[in-house]
Design a protein around this ligand. Structure first.
Ligand code: PMP
Ligand code: GLU
Length: 397
């Protein structure tokens, strides 16, 4: 088949593929312990869902403006304003069909042929694919393993050329769970400012942060304004309000760029689904209640993080991992268990799924073939069963 060069290098999403395979095997009757899914196992809080149900009943079934309902954009801008402690122009908010689309809009509008975009390794699997769809070049920068792979300006400097146009990363990080401190984030932002590089900060896991005082992870909005050059912040409702299926994300940037993001979106899918926006409006319109719901879920993730870390240390002492400080993933180094039959992370995950029914995502999907990703966004029982099976299988090697 003669397909366009637009998609010549395109790979399907590995995270989506593993979850789909796990679900398929389960539907065929296999005993599957699915630790692959990158989504909260909680249902959306009822008080948020009600916004959509009531909205549909009162006619909320039509198009909205492309960048979202003004009330929703204003509520999001207010929520940013409260923490940034400065005026935030709601015209800079573009609501999209998930944070994924917000990232796509930003990369497609900012980067193109000949441009290089730095991506911290390990990275969320869609980053390089999105950059390639914009026909730009992803350039991978490996942070040091001992620092939880968080990037420093020196590391970014070594990967920078006169074609570098952007830096794309997440904190808390998918897949490592590493979280940049405010000072580390400021260093990164100032480096991007000084280099004239677009900073794309993916803060979708911001509220799922395991700090002692329960505060969210540091955000670009927490930094002094003069530390930050041109930037786009991406966030959304999927993770913090357990709304993955509703497809609501947003970007925040200067209003002139926001107009371009919206113009792009106007030709792709117009506005995100209206009932979904009406549900999100409940959440962003009632920040105290939303924060309570998010904090409740974060408490559960924290408990499971502790359980996953304890079980992995006890049962798999030979496998190192990155101690997760946020999000809901454990990034475990498994190359010590490779051998003649298993030589990479995909081989490891296939073997594990066949032998034990445990589904993990191979690290190669995140740019590090020595690791696998385990999601602890699941019940304590499933988590415990999965890690026990993993330990039994690894010790049999
Ligand atoms: N960024 C990161 C780091 C993610 O893990 C995800 C996972 N879904 C997204 C963005 C996309 O989120 P959404 O489901 O809102 O598109
Ligand atoms: N972000 C989640 C993950 O990393 C969901 C799947 C996806 O959107 O890629 O597993």
């Amino acid at each position: 088949m003669d397909l366009s060069s637009n998609i010549q290098r395109l790979q399907p999403s590995a995270t989506m593929a593993v979850s789909a395979l796990a679900k398929q095997l389960r539907s065929e009757g296999r005993d599957i312990v699915d630790l692959s899914a990158g989504e909260p196992d909680f249902d959306t809080p009822e008080w948020i869902s009600t916004g959509a149900i009531e909205g549909i009943r009162s006619g909320g079934t039509h198009y909205t403006p492309v960048p979202g309902l003004p009330a929703l954009r204003k509520a999001i801008a207010d929520s940013i304003q409260r923490r940034a402690r400065r005026a935030i122009d709601w015209n800079g908010v573009v609501v999209s069909s998930g944070a994924k689309q917000a990232l796509f809009n930003a990369c497609f509008c900012l980067f193109g042929p000949e441009d290089e975009v730095l991506i911290g390794t390990p990275y969320w699997t869609s980053y390089p694919e999105i950059v390639k769809l914009a026909r730009a070049e992803p350039v991978f920068v490996a942070g040091s393993e001992g620092r939880g792979f968080r990037l420093t300006p020196d590391e970014m400097e070594t990967a920078t050329t006169d074609r570098t146009r952007g830096l794309l990363f997440s904190s808390p990080c998918n897949p490592t769970g590493s979280v940049y401190s405010r000072d580390e984030l400021r260093d990164v932002a100032e480096w991007a400012r000084d280099r004239g590089v677009w900073l794309i900060s993916d803060e979708i896991y911001r509220e799922i942060n395991f700090s002692d005082d329960g505060s969210p992870a540091a955000s670009v909005f927490d930094l002094p304004q003069d530390s930050v050059g041109p930037h786009v912040v991406v966030d959304g409702a999927s993770k913090c309000y357990a709304m993955t299926g509703w497809r609501i994300g947003y970007s925040y940037c200067e209003p002139t760029l926001a107009k371009k993001l919206s113009a792009l979106q106007s030709h792709i899918n117009s506005n995100p689904a209206t009932p979904s926006q009406l549900a999100a409006l409940r959440a962003y319109g009632d920040p105290d209640r939303a924060q309570e719901s998010a904090a409740e879920m974060t408490q559960a993730f924290l408990r499971r993080r502790d359980l996953a870390v304890r079980l992995t240390r006890d049962l798999l002492p030979e496998l190192p991992f990155v101690p997760p400080e946020g999000a809901f993933y454990l990034f475990i180094r498994v190359d010590g268990a490779f051998g003649r039959d298993i030589t990479d992370s995909s081989g490891f995950c296939t073997w594990l799924l066949e032998e034990t029914g445990v589904a993990l995502v191979p690290g190669v999907a995140f740019g590090d073939d020595r690791y696998v990703r385990l999601s602890f966004a699941t019940s304590d029982e499933v988590l415990e069963e999965g890690i026990r099976r993993l330990a039994t299988a690894v010790s049999s090697r």
